[in-house]
Design a binder for this molecule. Structure first.
Ligand code: ZN
Length: 207
């Protein structure tokens, strides 16, 4: 039943769990940054590997490190919205709006892609997203870097899993163990025949 609800929401474009199943690409998504050291290291790896990814930035961190957001944008990554901060000092919608303004100030472009903290979506957000034509983006594969604290465990979790076309992979750019796992994650997915793109590119005719 839950699967069916997810499919309907994904199909309707209101909430995106996964992207186009007809292309052998996946989207690496990084939440909670930018981080003053780890995001920079991740950008270096992605540049070296010629990969475009998606960064769901926290508005507060983006305010603190606008130069990192600018660098990520200049490198061709999608800068997306993860609300202002995880703590609920302001409502999620207020956090979304505030963070959109911060992203626009830094990159000159609004994101229109929103991942609420913890992936918790409520009806108010869905209504807001519908009226404003915002894409709520969750994920179809959790790297579990939140629980797994070692690079080899995070990399092993992905390399041991069945990965499908259009998979949206959840990672966090504020963890050093995620940085450590990234080269192996990338090479493992490439060995399985996958390419990489942003969530925006992946959504096209997502199912
Ligand atoms: Zn988060």
């Amino acid at each position: 039943m839950v699967k069916l609800v997810k499919w309907v929401l994904n199909k309707s474009g209101i909430i995106m769990y996964r992207g186009n199943p007809n292309i052998s690409k996946v989207a690496l998504t990084f939440d909670d940054g930018p981080h003053h050291e780890n995001t920079i290291k991740i950008l270096d790896i992605l540049k070296q590997e010629n990969i475009k990814a998606t960064f769901f930035v926290s508005g507060k961190c983006a305010e603190d490190y606008p130069g990192i957001v600018r660098a990520a944008f200049a490198q061709g990554h999608l800068i997306a919205n993860h609300s202002y901060e995880h703590e609920k000092k302001v409502s999620l919608i207020e956090g979304y709006k505030k963070t959109e303004n911060i992203i626009k100030d830094i990159t000159g472009r609004q994101s229109g892609f929103f991942r609420p903290p913890w992936g918790k979506v409520d009806l108010r957000q869905i209504g807001f997203a519908l009226t404003k034509k915002i894409r709520i983006v969750l994920w179809s594969f959790d790297s579990a870097d939140f629980e797994l604290k070692k690079s080899e465990e995070v990399a092993g979790n992905i390399s041991g899993a069945k990965i499908n076309n259009g998979e949206i992979i959840l990672l966090h750019d504020d963890y050093s163990h995620t940085v450590g796992a990234l080269p192996e994650i990338i090479s493992g997915l490439r060995e399985k025949g996958f390419g990489f793109c942003t969530v925006e590119e992946l959504c096209g005719s997502g199912q």
